[in-house]
Design a protein around this ligand. Structure first.
Ligand code: RIB
Ligand code: CA
Length: 330
């Protein structure tokens, strides 16, 4: 069983990942921690609460996190991708439930210290909360079961700049801090998520066969797939990358992913800001340039069995206890 804290900036693809986390039999979702990114943290926190209500799981705790990056100015929210409301401009009614009276970092630190070795952190937004938590409690990396991050672009172009992926460039300092600590860390970035396309056919099947959860995933995906079909990457095809849910799929279908490893940096500023740079060859750079010295090795996904991951996502949602009245799974 994977006891998961999902750090998230819902976010249309985040809502897909939340559905996956609630539905997979080997995942026990301990809570959501929210962060700015796809929208302000006010909006992402409200969306986290509303999405859980739509999935009949308002019992899952939500802890509000960072409103701003560690040090750089916050990037404008990508309304053109996720809508002004961060959820495809569905203009959903406000949530009836409220977030806990505890910050994201405090929620993470408390749960990991209560259950050393048992909690998996999965971060699918900017890494500000994770960085704040580990700077508050440097023992975290030795106590988490693992940290899985959706972010970065290693050998493929970024989706915000030619080098930078959104979660990393939204807070490059936080991403670089996270890479400096010795966790069991796996980074699931664009190198693999762009190989996992969800199409209108996938979304229609969920709409027709996965209850209220499938309907919500369909409704919120309209805006998102409209945007993606206008991009060069997808050139008019009605599909979108399964970014966030792929990070959760890694937890339960690990052998579908091939990873490379080495010490990593995330560039903090300048033309390459947000770029993930992995020293894969354990080279000894000249002292002046050895920015990887003393850094632990991390794992970054390079290849994926797309069909396996897509089938895992679709079957998990279609067979979800949540919409078959499974309700509370503890
Ligand atoms: O680059 C994709 C990532 O940025 C996803 O987590 C998406 O939700 C956005 O946050
Ligand atoms: Ca996200």
């Amino acid at each position: 069983m994977h006891n998961v804290i999902l750090d998230t900036d819902p976010g249309i693809d985040d809502a897909q990942a939340i559905a996956f986390a609630l539905s997979h039999p080997d995942i026990n979702l301990l809570g959501l921690t929210t962060v700015f990114g796809n929208a302000s943290v006010d909006i992402t926190t409200g969306n986290a609460l509303v999405v859980l209500e739509h999935y009949s799981r308002a019992d899952i705790p939500v802890a509000r996190g960072a409103a701003e990056p560690l040090s750089q100015a916050r990037m404008p929210s990508p309304d053109f991708v996720h809508g002004a409301d961060g959820m495809g401009d569905l203009n959903l009614p406000p949530p009836r439930s409220v977030a806990r009276d505890e910050s994201a970092a405090e929620f993470i630190i408390r749960n990991v210290n209560q259950r050393p070795g048992e909690v998996s952190l999965v971060a699918i937004g900017p890494l500000t909360n994770i960085a704040q938590a580990v700077m508050l409690d440097p023992s975290l990396p030795s106590k988490v079961k693992e940290l899985v991050v959706m972010g970065g672009a290693l050998d493929v172009p970024g989706n915000v700049t030619p080098l930078a992926e959104a979660n990393f460039v939204n807070d490059p300092h936080a991403a670089d801090v996270v890479c400096a600590y010795d966790w069991p860390l796996a980074v699931i970035g664009l190198d693999v998520t762009l190989q996992v396309p969800l199409t209108d056919e996938h979304f229609a099947l969920l709409r027709d066969s996965a209850g209220a959860m499938g309907q919500f995933i369909w409704d919120s995906s309209r805006y998102y797939i409209d945007f993606y079909s206008t991009t060069k990457e997808y050139g008019g095809k009605r599909q979108c990358a399964m970014h966030d849910a792929s990070a959760l799929a890694y937890l339960v279908e690990r052998s579908a992913f091939e990873l490379v490893s080495g010490p990593a940096r995330v560039v903090n500023d300048g033309v390459a800001v947000g770029a993930l740079v992995l020293d894969r060859f354990d080279r000894t750079s000249p002292e002046l340039f050895d920015h990887w010295q003393g850094r632990p090795s991390i794992a970054v996904a390079k290849q994926v069995d797309s069909e396996r991951v897509l089938n895992c996502f679709m079957n998990t949602i279609l067979n979800s206890k949540t919409h078959h009245g499974g309700g509370n799974r503890g």
